[in-house]
Ligand binder design. Sequence first.
Ligand code: MOS
Length: 724
Amino acid sequence: MTVHLKQDEPDNSNRLDGMKQGVLGKPLPRIEGLAKVTGTAPYAAEYPIDRCVEGVLVTSTITRGEVTSIDRSSVLSMPGVVAVVDDKKMSTRAAQGTANEAPMQGPAQVCYWGQPIALVVAETFEQARDAAKQLKVEYREEEGAPLDPNAVEPEEQEDETVHQGNLAHAMAEAEHSVDVSYTTKGHASAAMEPHAAIAEWDGDKLTVHASLQMLNYNITELADALDMEEENIRLISRFVGGGFGSKLGISEEVVAAALAAKQVGRPVRVVQSRQQVFQTVMRRSETTQRLRLAADAKGKLTGFGHEALVSNLPGETFAEPVLQSSHFMYGGENRELMLKVARIHRMTAGSVRAPGEAVGMPALEGAMDVLAEKAGIDPVELRLRNIPERDPEEDLPFSSHKLAECLKQGAEAFGWDSGPRQPRQRREGEWWIGTGMASAARVHNISEAKARVTLKADSTALVETDMTDIGTGTYTILAQIAGEMLGLDPGQVLVELGDTRHPRGPGSGGSWGAASIGSAVYIACKAIREELAAKLGTSEERLDLREGKTTGGEALTDLLEGKDLVREGHYQPGDIEDDYTASGFGAFFAEVRVNHYTGETRVDRMLGAFGFGRVLNAKTARSQCIGGITWSIGVALTEALEFDPRDGHLVNCDLAEYHVPVHRDVPDLEVLLVEERDGAASPIQAKGIGELGMCGGAAAIANAIYNACGARLYDYPMTPDRVL
Ligand code: MOS
């Protein structure tokens, strides 16, 4: 039996807080943690499958044009080689990023350097790799593909455009005004587990083990790519070694493995090399952003302008949503926002770690620091003065809004000095020391979700959904929600994820996972509780279950009388989405040291205070925040995709050359979880947390660099050559 809930009203009943078990919210360690760290959790490529052969992708060495011939005979006689697959279904650029619905391009058409064009299959990986290198491919190259986003006429994304009042006038009249331009470089998702798939056919039934974030969506993509019915496909992704956006959609290895397995009549495994993951899966667009802020004598904004230029391939629908939180972050009645996309032939741009705010907020919050300095107002105070009562563009209420609390509690915990600020005040030896802060914001996304919950006759429970756990803690929080609702220890709840045989979850992405699937599990459990309450002649609200018993001492096993209770929860966001602006908010504080001679920046300490609705597990939530702050150090100081200006190929395509922060770059980070319930955001009053921790943090570091050494920088990452 399925129980549907379409949320049209906020639920402020605080029912979950009234439950007495105290399981939800607890800092439980991840229940799959032991399996992961002892190597017994299988990742996509690690399933032992009989007669499996290995496929290696061959990628384009031209930027734009077409493949005129692939000479299979050049490799078919090499040792172990089984087949060369160049089916035109293979090149599924539609896979890259949820927003991307570009028409499928056959392998004959090449539109970026590194685009997969064929797959070589052999008995061993080494044989396949060797043959893939030897495969003779001929192209007809179209010269002159545009590669520089600043050298083409960009397209305006009209649905992002806001013209409200008269910003130019507000700027001219302002007591204090700021007009600054920032750049950010492209980013790679840089998940540890490379993209991988094993495909196996049984007649017309296809099973694929793959590393994916959104099985509910990926199964549709794969069915489309292969022209199959979804019922004939099973996708399995039980453990995922990070996604960060790059596994929201299927990539070529999934389709290639499926096609090859059909062609050779054996299971086929395809694992992208680290270089291929970097060069073919997707990138975050670089950005150029202009910020205009007009303020009165008290620093209150009267005008707000944010314009951004991003890039993508011709025909792609995804545009890095740089302005996403700028629409509602601060007031200012005169507004000018615009997003433009340059069409260039670098690999596909798509969703990478907090698409939009990850790069938009660092620019906005850098500009706010410039304004604070000009107006002589403490940066924390400046933000407090500019928190809008309602969404300044949509004129909607916020579902809940904890920015002020985050700013105040964060400042207090960090020991923020709200006295007058001037750069170059503290020096220790060759190091300048300074502090900086920034606000955080990330829109709240939520998605339809289904989950089945079984309360078994032996008073254990089973939760089943095709939701994924990409390292975020989904297994654990679902055990906690079911445990809390059903009066069970979370250890009594078995959670089965990552298999399309289960009800469709929301997938992991855009920080919507926990609130969406958590709500589906909540709805299913509530229906089970109603059934139990009816047996006891009471109401669900009054039912108090703890440690497998009612408070009256009746054991669940007796109540169940040998029968399982099964309910499927179906959550849909509903009309409530149109009634509120919903976002997570937060504040970052950083102390950095900058070397006087080398320009090297080290982050000494960083604190983030975040409000994102109900905390489902204080430990996994904190870990998400720590991960986010770590990525913000990457945005601030190290991460940058470098493209060859001649052919647009990505030059730094591994973790040695593309610098994500490592332990030495990350000090002890402090995280404050600010108490919040958001009954409009989801039935469980939770919002997203996965990405909030990186949305603006880079500006706290940039602002601290300025405070330390007086170098006001407008280009991220702030590498030593720029700081000097
Ligand atoms: Mo995220 S970048 O939507 O996985």
